[in-house]
Design a protein around this ligand. Structure first.
Ligand code: MG
Ligand code: ZN
Length: 367
């Protein structure tokens, strides 16, 4: 009896070892793709109050209500409880916590591969549409690897190293009027075969990307205008980008869209600035959700890198009239909402680190 038991135990204990051995030589099949495309929308500095203010200003209507799944992420960086946009975007792009100011590098200032670069390597199309300069911390962290976010000219050079299929944003001067090396990256991109244009030649509403080419549109020489000053390109160019990327690769695409100036309204402690930028971002989300609903293979994620302003909706506020109050002209450490729609959305429920956005996106794309 005892012998039998030992035998049985040995069999049980040994079985997994044998089966593991057997599996070893077998070809490893790649993980299944849950979604073909991902559109990641980042509202820079957009805390829950910013979203609420935009919604209540807009007569209690919001495209955020169309998301079936919501979660919360912890945005702190490796160096600070209160992150900046560089460390925040690097967490989404590369899945690591790094120091404030770091663009696509780890705490040892060593480059870390980004999800956009991984997508390019695997033959997916990629794109970014932002309302800041293209060299600003958030978009920079998806393509560049520099130890300080202030190095705009150095960051610009990285746009020639990655084959991004669609780019729209400001900061033309960092490509064209360069103090450091005198290079004309605008011309270099053209020479590389990119379809390049800018605000001085073409209105954002009249753009027609050639599906056979990578496309870049500079929306401003430096920072793009505020939404309240008539900047209206984020929603239409986001849709244009999604449609262009769909034509660029049969394997799928990764698109990052940033409502960059929600953060700037927070830094300025201007409630009206925040609200108009959130409303613009919300309209963009609406158009993106329409695209994803029709497409059926696109996961849409909306989140922020951090909260800005310690923003609160104060007594005296009503629908259509927001009275804002602030605790700081900087960022705060509150947890940040995440919204998801489409295949794989359920993975984004719960409470997790900001780095998990990267891990979950990779899981969804089967990388
Ligand atoms: Mg930003
Ligand atoms: Zn900021």
């Amino acid at each position: 009896m005892k012998k039998l038991l030992i035998c049985a135990l040995a069999t049980l204990l040994c079985l997994p070892v044998f089966s593991q051995k057997k599996a070893k030589g077998a070809p490893v099949s790649p993980p299944a793709r849950i979604a073909k495309n991902i559109i990641l929308l980042i509202g820079d500095g957009m805390g829950l109050t910013h979203i609420s203010a935009g919604m209540y200003f807009n007569n209690n209507q919001s495209n955020f209500e169309r998301f079936p799944v919501a979660g919360l992420q912890k945005a702190y960086s490796a160096s600070d409880l209160i992150t900046d946009s560089a460390a925040g975007a690097t967490a989404f792009a590369s899945g690591i916590k790094t120091y404030n100011g770091a663009i696509g590098v780890n705490t040892d200032s060593m480059p870390v591969k980004t999800i956009l670069e991984e997508a390019e390597e695997r033959g997916l199309a990629t794109g970014m549409v932002v309302t800041s300069t293209l060299t600003h911390a958030t978009p920079a962290s998806f393509v560049a690897h520099v130890r300080n976010r202030k190095f705009d000219e150095e960051i610009a050079t990285f746009f020639l190293k990655t084959e991004i299929d669609f780019l729209a944003g400001g900061g033309k001067k960092f490509f064209e009027q360069r103090a450091a090396d005198g290079r004309n990256l605008y011309q270099e991109l053209k020479d590389k075969g990119y379809q390049v244009s800018d605000f001085a030649q073409k209105n954002a509403s009249s753009l027609a990307p050639d599906p056979s080419k990578n496309f870049i549109y500079f929306s401003a020489d430096a920072d793009p205008a505020k939404a309240s000053e008539g900047r209206t390109y984020l929603a239409p160019l986001s849709v244009l980008a999604a449609n262009h990327l769909k034509k660029r690769s049969e394997k799928g695409f990764f698109l990052m869209i940033e409502g960059s100036q929600i953060d700037w309204g927070g830094h300025a402690n201007e409630s009206d600035y925040i609200v108009s930028e959130v409303v613009d971002f919300d309209q963009t989300i609406g158009k993106v959700l329409d695209f994803a609903a029709a497409d059926g293979e696109t996961l849409v994620i909306v989140t922020a890198d951090h909260e800005t302003g310690g923003y609160a909706i104060s007594p005296g506020s009503e629908l259509g009239k927001i009275r804002g109050a602030f605790t700081t002209t900087g960022h705060t450490a509150q947890m940040i909402p995440v919204f998801a729609f489409g295949p794989g959305a359920e993975l984004f429920a719960g409470v997790y680190e900001n780095t998990a956005i990267y891990t979950k996106m990779k899981q969804v794309l089967g990388f």
